[in-house]
Structures are given as C-alpha cells and as structure tokens.
Design a protein around this ligand. Structure first.
Ligand SMILES: Cc1ncc(C[n+]2csc(CCOP(=O)(O)OP(=O)(O)O)c2C)c(N)n1
Ligand code: SF4
Length: 274
C-alpha cells in the first residue's frame, strides 16, 4: 500500500449528495467505507472505486476518490483490468446482488477464481432496487411482493459465500448495514488482504423490502476465528442461514498475475569462443 495520509472519514465524502431513499442500507456501507479509508490512511489519488449499475452502484459518485460508474454487471471486469495494469492502486469494486450475481454472475465467479489483489463489496438487498423491486438471485423463493412474481420467484436463492468459495475466493466476509462499525473493520481487513477479498453486506432495501428491518433480530456475529479449511467452510456456507457476520473464511493463495521473475544476470561470455 502507498504512504498513509491523515484524513477523517468525512474528508472522503464527495460534494455529491446521495439520492438513496431515507433508511436505505447503502448509506451505512458508504459511511463504513469512508471510515475504513480513514483508519487505513488511504490516499484518495491512489484509490479507485468501480461499480456497475443499480442504486448500490451509485456509491463511487459519493466518494472523493477516482471512480468508474461502469456498465451493469461489468464492474468486476473493469476493476480487475485496472488492478492488473496499475498494481500500485487500491481498487475496490462494488454493486448490488442483481448487478453482481445475475448479469455479472460470470464475472463474479471468475474474479474469485482469478484472485487479483482487490476487494469486491456486494451490497446485497435481495432485490433489484433501482428498477423498482423485481426478484434477484438472492431473493427468497416465496417473496411475493413483486407483480412480476406474484407467488414468489419459486427458485432457490444463491448462497453468495458458498458460490465464492467454490469458485476459489481466498477471503470471504459478511456484514450487515445495521452495524456500520463492523462493516468498516471488514472493509479495512479486506483491503489489506493480499488477494481477492469478497465482502457481502446484507443491506436493507427499505422501499421494496420493508420486512428486511427484521434482519436486525436474526443477524449474529460469528465468534469463531475465520475458517482456513475449505471443506469446513463449505459445510458452513451450505448449511448456515446466511445471517452470520464477520470474516468467515481466510485462506490466502497465490494471486494473479504472478509476479514477473527477477531478471537473471546473464553470462555474456557464454557461447563466445575467447
Ligand atoms: C444491460 C442492462 N440490463 C438491465 C439494466 C436495468 N437495470 C438497472 S439497475 C438493475 C438492477 C439493480 O439491482 P441491484 O444490482 O440488486 O442493485 P440495487 O438497485 O438493488 O442496489 C437493472 C436490472 C441495465 N441498466 N443494463
Ligand atoms: S430503492 Fe431500495 S436500494 Fe434503492 S435507494 Fe431505495 S431503499 Fe435503497
């Protein structure tokens, strides 16, 4: 990481005021991200936030760093390319569950597999908020609030942590928008992790899923240390309820691209007849 700077969380906010609905969970993630930046002393000029499209993907506009509001589902592709070209930068991609697990699902699994040294924050409200409340890949099968799926989508929701693990993600965490201090810690750890770090944040959409205020009673902080064994993590991610928070899995592995080999000193006399 580059030389730390001394700034307060509020110094990382841009002049653009968020247009999220009052009570939207995404506010917490914005606050947590700027807190994490202040804690790590992140230099604004060395930081790039990349997003797709959605309410969540508006976030880079609200932070005073470099930003790229990309194309729906393609934030991770842009972010990985950027990090490979400019490994000196702190690169963070973000977006919603629709953006990341539906149209961007392919990029998500390959980003986990590739393991470029960057962070991805999935702002998961289990719904397409921006387009007025359709079911997403993480919507419960019986969620019957949308006219498009009056009896619920009827399809088993994705388990993002299990998917990330199966695809090879070396570092997996989960936060909740009701606990911004915890999200700030998770994001700071994610940035410091030497590889692809995936933070799923359960972020309530108060407008289309007001019932998500009930999450407060269900979410629980995992007390155990992060798992390092992939088999144990698979057991956890396949069988848990999806509401445990904290760093859940931490098993660093070689990043991509591999470091170029050190230049070898060459014996220039070889091959010459002296
Ligand atoms: C290629 C393309 N397809 C569809 C859309 C329409 N669209 C915009 S945002 C969005 C879903 C956003 O949902 P999510 O990513 O979960 O974020 P949220 O708004 O809930 O934060 C969709 C389908 C689009 N902009 N581009
Ligand atoms: S529609 Fe939902 S996700 Fe979008 S700003 Fe409003 S509360 Fe947030």
């Amino acid at each position: 990481m580059n030389e730390p700077v001394k700034l307060k969380a509020k110094d990382y906010k841009s002049a653009v005021k968020p247009i999220w609905c009052p009570g939207c969970g995404h506010f917490s993630i914005l606050n947590a991200l700027t807190k994490a930046f202040a804690a790590l002393g992140i230099a604004k000029d060395d930081t790039v936030l990349v997003s797709g499209i959605g309410c969540s993907s508006r976030l880079p506009a609200y932070v005073d760093s470099y930003g790229f509001h990309g194309v729906h589902g393609r934030g991770l592709a842009i972010a990985q390319g950027l990090k490979v070209a400019r490994p000196d930068l702190t690169v963070i991609a973000m977006g919603g569950d629709g953006d990341g697990f539906s149209i961007g699902g392919n990029h998500f699994i390959h980003a986990c597999r590739r393991n470029v040294n960057m962070t991805y924050i999935a702002m998961d409200n289990e719904v397409y908020g921006m387009t007025k409340g359709q079911a997403s890949p993480t919507t419960p099968a019986d969620w019957d609030h949308s006219k498009l799926t009056p009896h619920g989508p009827g399809v088993r929701p994705f388990k993002p942590a299990a998917l990330a693990l199966a695809a090879g993600a070396p570092w997996i965490a989960r936060g909740y928008s009701g606990n911004p201090n915890q999200i700030a810690k998770l994001i700071a750890e994610a940035i410091e992790h030497p590889g692809f770090s995936f933070v799923q944040v359960l972020s309530q959409c108060i407008t289309f899923c007001p019932e998500q205020t009930d999450w407060k009673a269900i979410v629980n902080e995992r007390e155990e240390a992060p798992l390092v064994d992939a088999d144990e993590a698979a057991q956890l991610f396949l069988h848990e309820d999806g509401f445990q928070t904290g760093v859940l899995y931490n098993a660093p592995r070689a990043t991509w691209p591999p470091s170029p080999p050190e230049p070898q000193s060459q014996d220039i006399t070889r091959g010459f007849c002296l």
